[in-house]
Design a protein around this ligand. Structure first.
Ligand code: FES
Length: 154
């Protein structure tokens, strides 16, 4: 992994101003931000460990714990909220047996919430591994989860 981290840091010109996109790249590669890699990153960028950890914990999009194979996000922004997003979230929590913000023990699903992803016109929005699913309903959400469980969804 050390070489991969070096390559990511190099691709941003070893510039600490790009700490956030560097963290995004590491997260997309590892699915979360492992602690040992953050320590390595601080060394590579010659910045304090505390700076890397404070940025990594400040943004909700970053996770310091392993996330599931599939990341399900429900938008709870105002427009989606008034169109029934809380009901969709309740359904997903029951269906996946997970509370929002957690990952199942089997590592298959992480359920998260987000506040507006800029697609209010087609809300409520559910994101599956960053793919937008608009005009979500309880039955559509159950169908999407059902196909993910069966492995039909890429
Ligand atoms: S409130 Fe959900 S996309 Fe804007």
């Amino acid at each position: 992994m050390q070489e991969e981290i070096k390559a990511i840091v190099e691709s941003y010109g070893r510039d600490k101003a790009f700490l956030v996109p560097i963290l995004q790249d590491i997260q997309s590669r590892c699915n979360y931000l492992p602690r040992d890699i953050l320590l390595e990153l601080a060394e590579e960028l010659a910045i304090p460990h505390s700076l890397v950890f404070s940025v990594a914990t400040f943004y909700k999009a970053f996770s310091l714990t392993p996330r599931g194979k599939h990341i399900i996000n429900v938008c709870l922004g105002t427009a989606c909220h008034v169109r029934g997003a809380p009901l969709i979230l309740d359904t997903l929590e029951r269906n996946l047996k997970l509370k929002a913000g957690t990952t199942g023990a089997d590592g298959n699903f992480t359920l998260e919430t987000v506040n507006c992803v800029g697609a209010c016109a087609v809300g409520p929005i559910m994101l599956v591994d960053e793919e937008y699913h608009g005009q979500m309903t309880v039955s559509k959400a159950e169908k999407v989860i059902g196909s993910l469980k069966k492995g039909d969804h890429s």
